[in-house]
Ligand binder design. Structure first.
Ligand code: ADP
Length: 377
């Protein structure tokens, strides 16, 4: 029977889920505030209202077998009253609750014995005593796409920045001089079946992801460590759905967990074109209790490049998109009617067919640079 899945959020993640919903025999109903949000045109139905308004979610629940999340910045306490009345949320609210505050998330990772950068909650200036410069300051809640993450190089910079965060809870963290940044998508269904996608290299500029290349190069022991991190997280959270995990690979070859996002993740967008089952189809399979599809790559590798806003404008950049498409890429344009600096407007994927991950990484980087030179020129 056709199931109906509710999604809290109507941006590009819900839009990409909506694209694969009918092939999974699923109706998608979304909760989002704005009629111009990407997913509104593709969803079977939209309940308009704020993401963190549980009264709107109660309306959404009337149409749905299960509710999932595009955006985790919800009001868990109010949603709990719906869960108590029998509304099913996947991931469960109890899986989300240790993850929404970056400090609490770090404490949770540590309790599970997972390796993380050294961290501390900021309460007073003496909290900085055990950190050297550069150090990293992060807002504990509602940070994403590098917003709320600041790398502080000197005591004087710290002194000038701290007053800007008066009354905002902060996390202090050691700066990791990583060799590479990695990411991986794990998924689990209600029966406990687990799948893990290929681990990717991610490239950030000013704390924002610019491109992703799959698969990354790993030793057998690094791959085993990452598999074990993913399994520990999915099982300890009793998680259902897709979980994005960002990692640092240190210069010594150790793996540290930076953070985890309880939803489909930007580092997994390549799976739409490059994997047998995309992370969006997988999310729908997991939350409706289906057997999980294959995470295999359809080619030996892939590169995904984010198309970020570089000006304030209302252009749809058709010429640039066509030029990028002519390189033999898949262009995903989120249909946002307004470009702003740094806003995610779309992404591009190109399959790679070199015979080793090393060569795919090299080729992927060249292609990413070529795409960016068209996009940002
Ligand atoms: P967000 O939730 O905004 O994505 P992240 O914690 O993922 O925040 O940080 C964004 C980026 O900032 C990371 O991908 C990385 O490039 C950089 N960064 C974050 N924490 C550290 C750290 N401890 N050491 C070095 N770089 C970091």
């Amino acid at each position: 029977m056709k199931k109906t899945v509710g999604v809290i959020g109507g941006g590009q993640l819900a839009w990409m889920m909506a694209q694969v919903a009918s092939q999974e025999n699923i109706n998608l109903v979304i909760q989002t505030p704005s009629p111009t949000d990407s997913a509104v045109s593709l969803a079977s139905k939209t309940i308009f209202g704020s993401i963190d308004d549980a009264k709107i979610t109660a309306e959404l629940a009337e149409f749905c077998d299960v509710i999932t999340f595009e955006n985790e910045f919800v009001n868990l306490e109010e949603l709990q009253t719906l869960a108590d009345k029998g509304v099913t949320f996947y991931p469960r609210l109890s899986s989300l609750s240790p993850l929404l505050d970056k400090y609490e998330q770090r404490c949770f990772l540590q309790q599970q014995g997972l390796p993380t950068p050294h961290f501390k909650a900021y309460e007073s200036s003496s909290d900085f005593d055990n950190f050297s410069f550069p150090l990293v300051l992060k807002t504990r809640r509602h940070g994403y796409d590098g917003q709320g993450t600041i790398i502080i190089k000197s005591p004087s910079e710290l002194t000038s920045i701290l007053p800007k965060f008066d009354n905002i809870p902060l996390l202090i963290e050691e700066f990791v001089p990583f060799d590479r940044e990695l990411a991986v998508i794990g998924v689990r269904n209600p029966l406990g079946e687990i799948k893990i996608y290929p681990v990717v290299t991610t490239y950030q500029k000013n704390q924002v992801c610019r491109w992703v290349i799959a698969p990354t190069m790993l030793t057998t022991s690094q791959q085993e460590t990452i598999n074990s991190i993913v399994q520990t997280l999915l099982i300890s959270l009793d998680y259902v759905g897709v979980l994005g995990i960002e990692l640092f690979l240190t210069k010594k070859g150790d793996i540290l967990v930076n953070e985890t996002a309880p939803r489909t993740h930007n580092s997994g967008h390549y799976t739409l074109d490059a994997c047998v089952t995309s992370q969006f189809a997988m999310q729908l399979q997991a939350v409706t209790g289906k057997k999980l599809g294959s995470v295999d790559l359809k080619s030996s590798g892939a590169v995904m490049v984010n198309l970020l806003g570089f000006e304030n404008a209302d252009s749809d950049y058709e010429e640039k998109r066509e030029e990028i498409m002519r390189l033999g890429t898949f262009v995903h344009w989120y249909g946002k009617n307004e470009s702003r600096l740094g806003r995610k407007l779309g992404h591009v994927t190109m399959l790679l067919d070199e015979d080793t991950p090393e060569k795919n990484q090299e080729k992927g980087k060249l292609i990413a640079q070529q795409i960016e030179s068209i996009w940002y020129s």
